[in-house]
Write a protein that binds this ligand. Structure first.
Ligand code: NZQ
Ligand code: ZN
Length: 386
């Protein structure tokens, strides 16, 4: 085990915490409040934010879409540059926070901001930002990742920079009260996937990372099983904190990480507009079955420690195979599909469209073993599309 780990984001967790923004951002700074399509105006979050900022100078930028596009975000970059913004406050889900991270970095760069996503410009400066989370799923509120789409070319790419990690994250579970079930389910599934991407690899003997990952997975199973009681303070708080911990850097420290499901999933979202979490549920079971030889031991560990499966005499299938079925059943229990049925054209045409996008995006070898080349991705897609 060898790693460097730091996560300096100040977490303000709990009901009523939005008011703390007023002290978290210095009063002499000019703030740009960035938000999405308006959900925050319907649930009182906007009002709480504006009242916390009553002694600040601030302006706003709205309309950041789900799977935020550079086309819209570049308009916010202009606002930051023209209005001498000192601080960005992102109020929303992963899309708004990711979008704000892009704006924070692109506003400190003279070239085309998309260069950052294409790796042509390394972020060396960014406007500081804070986040008010309203949808627990991505962990974006305290991590260094941002995923942005170029609508014109259907490119969905990401960048990582510690300079865009939020300085603080307000996590008030009450903000979740207006989330549609679809988004709550997306949150459960995305947090689950983030844990899997950092856990379902090879046996690591990293007891802390494995044990903590297993706790997060078990939490998500419990919350999903208790979905009918979701209108409950503890349910909301536990999902919010679990999703954050699943992708704040901790469980991935010093262990192998996969992320192939995410990379292929991003292409499905960009091409067919599938919700991020749902794109992952489509790919992962097929990917796990394809990669079962190298993931067998870890799948067996997950089966025992997360699903309580017992290696049994008389079982038709091995424990690794049964673990994959249990994962799939978990998605089905939430009415999340594990096959893609809705794509343009026929199946072969869709697969070649996805493969050619993977190629354009340099996703030539994926996974913890760099073993998922385009031929393997094609096999996985062949199993995932019906
Ligand atoms: O735009 P508004 O009006 O706010 O509506 C949003 C949006 O329509 C709505 N919503 C959010 N909070 C709400 C609410 N509706 C009612 N009440 C509330 N409290 O929910 C819809 C979806 O929001 P979005 O932010 O798109 O969802 P999510 O948080 O799942 O973010 C998805 C994005 O994050 C990226 C994904 O690729 C995708 O672009 N990811 C970011 C990661 C990261 N930064 O580490 C990692 C992830 O793997 C992921 O790739
Ligand atoms: Zn994700």
């Amino acid at each position: 085990m060898k790693f460097s780990y730091v996560n300096p984001t100040q977490i303000q967790f709990g009901q009523g915490q939005i008011s703390s923004i007023s002290d978290l951002i210095a009063k002499n700074l000019k703030v740009l409040v960035i938000y999405g399509g308006g959900s925050i105006k319907k649930n009182g979050v906007y009002q709480q934010v504006t009242s916390a900022l009553k002694d600040h100078k601030w302006v706003e930028f709205s309309g950041v879409e789900s799977n935020p596009t550079v086309e819209v975000l570049d308009k916010a970059v202009e606002v930051v540059k023209k209005q001498n913004i000192d601080y960005i406050l992102a109020v929303g889900g992963g899309s708004v926070i990711d979008g704000a991270k892009y704006v924070a970095a692109a506003a400190c760069y003279d070239g085309d901001g998309w260069d950052i996503l294409e790796g042509k410009h390394k972020v060396i400066k960014a406007i500081p930002l804070g986040a008010v989370l309203t949808l627990p799923a991505t962990g974006s509120e305290s991590n260094i990742a941002s995923i942005v789409t170029k609508a014109a070319t259907k490119d969905k790419l990401g960048f990582l920079s510690p300079l865009v990690r939020p300085v603080f994250a307000v996590m008030d579970p009450d903000t979740m009260k207006t989330l549609p079930d679809r988004q709550l389910i997306n949150g459960l599934v995305d947090a689950w996937m983030h844990t899997c991407e950092q856990y379902l690899t090879k046996v690591s003997n990293a007891m802390v990372q494995d044990g903590y990952a297993e706790t997060l997975l078990k939490n998500l199973l419990v919350l999903a099983a208790d979905f009918e009681n979701r209108d409950n303070d503890a349910w909301r708080a536990n999902l919010m904190w679990t999703a954050n911990q699943a992708l704040n850097g901790l469980i991935g420290s010093g262990v192998a990480q996969d992320w192939a499901t995410h990379m292929i999933g991003h292409e499905l979202t960009a091409l067919y507009n599938i919700d991020h979490a749902r794109s992952l549920a489509i790919i992962q079971p097929s990917l796990l079955r394809n990669q079962i030889t190298v993931k067998r031991d870890k799948l067996a560990q997950m089966g025992r420690n997360v699903f309580g499966l017992i290696e049994g005499v008389g079982e038709e299938e091995g424990i690794a195979e049964r673990t994959i079925s249990a994962i799939e059943n978990f998605y089905h229990s939430l009415n999340v599909a594990t096959k893609l049925t809705d794509y343009n054209g026929d199946k072969n045409q869709a697969i070649s469209e996805i493969i050619s996008q993977l190629k354009v995006h340099g996703m030539l070898v994926l996974g913890e073993n760099k073993a998922i080349d385009l031929t393997v991705s094609k096999e996985i897609l062949n199993a995932a599309l019906v």
